[in-house]
Design a protein around this ligand. Structure first.
Ligand code: NAD
Length: 480
């Protein structure tokens, strides 16, 4: 269904293989089969892409277009994505192992990113600053130049929209390095971008992190780096950016708590808590991977969660299963290594793997672990799989201390009917997004998103992303 057998890089307006001729096999997580190949690019290809982007930015049309026209082209891409949503969702689910239903939502979000930032392109106004008499001072917002984007495998299509659309809207030229484990949807999205006169502004270089990713991060020709992935790689990428004196945003995952108080609407909380860890098989940076439950309702809430967990089923992408396969054998082994840290008595519920699931797929049944000691690795480290840890707490201040006591701080959910507590908790929680009586893993396109500490820094989504992909120039006129 339109999946290229050999995918290529897109550099300087042309599709090309890696100059070293090497490729990487693309493996379908749902059955472990090889479905395609991508270029195993290295510094040579990355260099060519950065030079092409620089040339486009300095001499091309894109950064000089009227913002309204940039917006029109981005909007056209949003429309193309919607028009090809079935095909894109098919590619995305095959490449990542996620259910077709979830991939369909991801494609809708990818289209929405281009719509949102298309609308924003001509609404970035500068300021006139009151200064001394006889001076007229403007602060204008300008593009950065060439922005580099290194993205992970968990939401490739959404990430394409999330990181590229705001940068393009500001008039930058971009170089994207998708993850070697899942980059077919970004390549197909690039193909669609060409139909919308965006060829000049976009370059895509596939390859491993160690080779293509590292070469892009330390390339002296880039002006900014946007990275999403693991904290370890994020630290290396930030060091590379620092060596070139360029800024970066890092989105590095989380250990996000969902906090349920005794007065909460449990019927509303339970499905939201389950969805926040089962979505994308728990491989979501903002997954709600810890559930903090007030002591007085701990037993009954864990029982309720257990009975739901035992019914959860992992299966192939085309069926109506709660979750699909994990991305790779390596990721499955990583999640299993965390499960080995729990005692048998702590594994209070385990879901199922469908009998339709092919043998070679990387399936893992969802697991509920309870009780978990707040300072144990299970409660502190990002597992990135369908594993939910239950932690009891006494009162509001106990909940805040436990919630804030991991090195991560990305998202939190609070479930309570007490209005005062809703506000107190929202203020006390150390994170970039707080949801009260709801939970939006990943959140909406319009909502600024990002973390602190080991979750990274900088904000994506909403208008905040536009600020990140631009810089302010102050212009001072003395007129007498
Ligand atoms: P990773 O950080 O190694 O990979 C993310 C991206 O960075 C990929 O495009 C990769 O090719 C690139 N990369 C890798 N090494 C690089 C380097 N030295 N320089 C520049 N780019 C490099 O993540 P992973 O190995 O795919 O996954 C490991 C763990 O990271 C997961 O188990 C999970 O805990 C976490 N993770 C988090 C997110 C998130 O959304 N925050 C996404 C994926 C993985």
């Amino acid at each position: 269904m339109g999946i290229p057998l050999t995918s290529r890089n897109f550099i300087g307006g042309n599709w090309k293989p890696a100059q070293n001729g090497q490729t990487i096999a693309v493996v379908a997580p749902s059955d472990g089969s090889s479905i395609s190949e991508i270029p195993a690019s290295d510094l040579t290809d990355v260099n060519e892409a950065v030079v092409a982007a620089r040339n486009a930015f300095e001499h091309g049309e894109w950064s000089r277009l009227a913002p309204v026209d940039r917006g029109r082209r981005l909007h056209a891409l949003g429309n193309e994505i919607s028009k090809h949503s079935k095909q894109l969702a098919h590619i995305e689910s095959l490449d990542t192992g996620k259910p077709f239903r979830e991939a369909t939502n991801d494609i809708k979000a990818a289209a929405r990113y281009f719509e949102f930032y298309a609308g924003a392109a001509d609404k970035i106004h500068g300021e006139v600053i009151p200064y001394s008499n006889g001076y007229h001072v403007q602060a204008v917002r300008e593009p950065l130049g060439v922005t580099a984007h290194i993205i992970p495998w968990n939401y490739p299509a959404q990430m394409f929209g999330r990181t590229l659309a705001p940068s393009l809207a500001m008039g930058n030229a971009v170089v994207l390095k998708p993850a070697e484990d899942a980059c077919l949807a970004p390549l197909k999205l690039t193909e669609l971008a060409l139909k919308c006169d965006l060829a000049e502004a976009i370059n895509v270089v596939c390859g491993t992190g160690e080779s293509a990713g590292a070469a892009l991060a330390r390339h002296p020709g880039i002006n900014f780096l946007s990275f999403t992935g693991s904290p370890e790689t994020g630290a290396a990428v930030q060091a590379a950016a620092a060596a070139n004196h360029v800024g970066c945003t890092l989105e590095l995952g989380g250990k996000s708590p969902q906090i349920i108080f005794a007065d909460a609407d449990i019927e509303a909380a339970v499905p939201a808590v389950i969805n926040a860890i089962v979505q994308n098989a728990g491989q979501t940076c903002s997954a709600g991977s810890r559930v903090l439950i007030q002591n007085s309702i701990f037993q009954k809430t864990v029982q309720r969660l257990s009975s739901e967990f035992t019914r959860l089923e992992a299966g192939p992408v085309s069926g109506d299963f709660n979750l699909g396969a994990l991305i790779s054998k390596k990721q499955k082994a990583r999640v299993e290594s965390y499960l080995k840290m729990a005692n048998a008595s702590q594994i209070v519920a385990r879901g199922m793997i469908s009998s339709n699931a092919p043998e070679g797929g990387f399936y893992l049944a969802p697991v509920l672990i309870s009780p978990v000691e707040p300072h144990s690795p299970l409660a502190q480290e990002e597992i990135f799989g369908p594993v939910l840890c239950c932690i009891p707490f006494d009162d509001e201040s106990d909940a805040v201390s436990i919630a804030n006591a991991t090195p991560y701080s990305l998202v939190a959910g609070v479930w309570t009917d007490d209005g005062g507590r809703q506000i107190r908790m929202a203020k006390a929680l150390r994170c970039g997004q707080v949801y009260v009586n709801c939970y939006g893993a990943g959140g909406g396109i319009e909502l600024p998103f990002g973390g602190a500490g080991k979750s990274g820094h900088g904000r994506e989504k909403g208008f905040e992303a536009l600020r990140g992909f631009s810089q302010v120039k102050t212009i001072v006129h003395k007129y007498g």
